[in-house]
Design a binder for this molecule. Structure first.
Ligand code: NAP
Length: 246
């Protein structure tokens, strides 16, 4: 059976590895092409947008895909909506990996907001040193709060995107442990962290580190994503494919 995984996350990489371990599945991973030098992947990769719902459903049909797995990032809403519509149009079963949300714990100082623009205004009037833990496309929203000094961590140069005036980049590739994050927050004298509520364990280190240092976190809540059959692990993905074969 041919399986297409919509990726761009470590979750997708792990799901791809688990499925590829079963030789009866022929797996391809799809990346949007945002990162110029993406991490190595355990299965064949195709790169670039499909061209909306129509393009994705045509791809599913042309490549005789027997199952589609959406393992994109919790904030990548458009591709997930396209996956639901395209899978339905091409009559291909769809399952979606749903990352567990983070729970607020004793000692956490979260301020929950709906989007990057609200995060920028939640930082307040007094100038602060702010760690922006997010992608380059969200940085523009912080130009509206130019009194702050921003420290943004990126995998690579952000390219030609609008930026707040007072921003410093640190280039590094995840994963980062809680200890790495504590050091980062201390080294850069961070006063407040802005994070997307991505969930899962891989990017939780900065949240735990902020708690241990008593720092506030402006938490951008995750959007509702359209989804197919819900998957909670790579093992569940393999099991789901097995049920489709019967
Ligand atoms: P998005 O807004 O949901 O999607 C925008 C467009 O990008 C889609 O309509 C699609 O183009 C294309 N696309 C997205 N994911 C794709 C994939 N896996 N394979 C092929 N095309 C894809 O997505 P986004 O928020 O820009 O995220 C882009 C990618 O980065 C996703 O793969 C996501 O998993 C990853 N990522 C996102 C975030 C985040 O915070 N948003 C964080 C980490 C990783 P067409 O309509 O032309 O098909």
């Amino acid at each position: 059976m041919r399986v297409l995984i919509l990726g761009g996350t470590k979750d997708a990489r792990e799901i791809a590895s688990a499925i590829a371990a079963e030789p009866r599945f022929d797996v391809t991973l799809s990346l949007a092409g945002r990162t110029r030098a993406p991490a190595a992947q355990p299965v064949p990769v195709r790169v670039g947008g499909f061209g909306g719902v129509e393009g994705l459903s045509a791809h599913l049909e042309a490549h005789e895909i027997g199952a589609l797995i959406d393992a994109t990032h919790p904030f990548a809403v458009r591709i997930s909506a396209n996956a639901v519509a395209a899978a339905s149009r091409a009559c291909v079963p769809l399952a979606s990996f749903v990352r567990p949300a983070w729970e607020e714990r004793a000692g956490d100082r979260w301020l929950r907001v709906a989007d990057a623009a609200s995060a920028a205004s939640a930082l307040g009037h007094a100038p602060k040193r702010v760690f922006l833990a997010m992608g380059r496309l969200e940085l523009a929203a912080f130009a509206a709060a130019s009194q702050h000094r921003y420290i943004a961590r990126m995998i690579e140069e952000p390219g030609e995107v609008p930026l707040p005036p007072n921003i410093h980049f640190v280039f590094a590739r995840p994963p980062f442990t809680e200890e790495d994050e504590r050091k980062f927050l201390l080294d850069h004298a961070i006063g407040v962290v802005v994070s997307k509520h991505s969930g899962g364990s891989d990017t939780y280190g900065k949240i735990a580190a902020a708690r241990s240092l008593g720092l506030p976190v402006v938490m951008i809540e995750r959007p509702e994503k359209p989804r197919g059959r819900e998957l909670a692990s790579a093992a569940e993905a393999v099991h789901w494919l097995t049920t489709l074969e019967r």
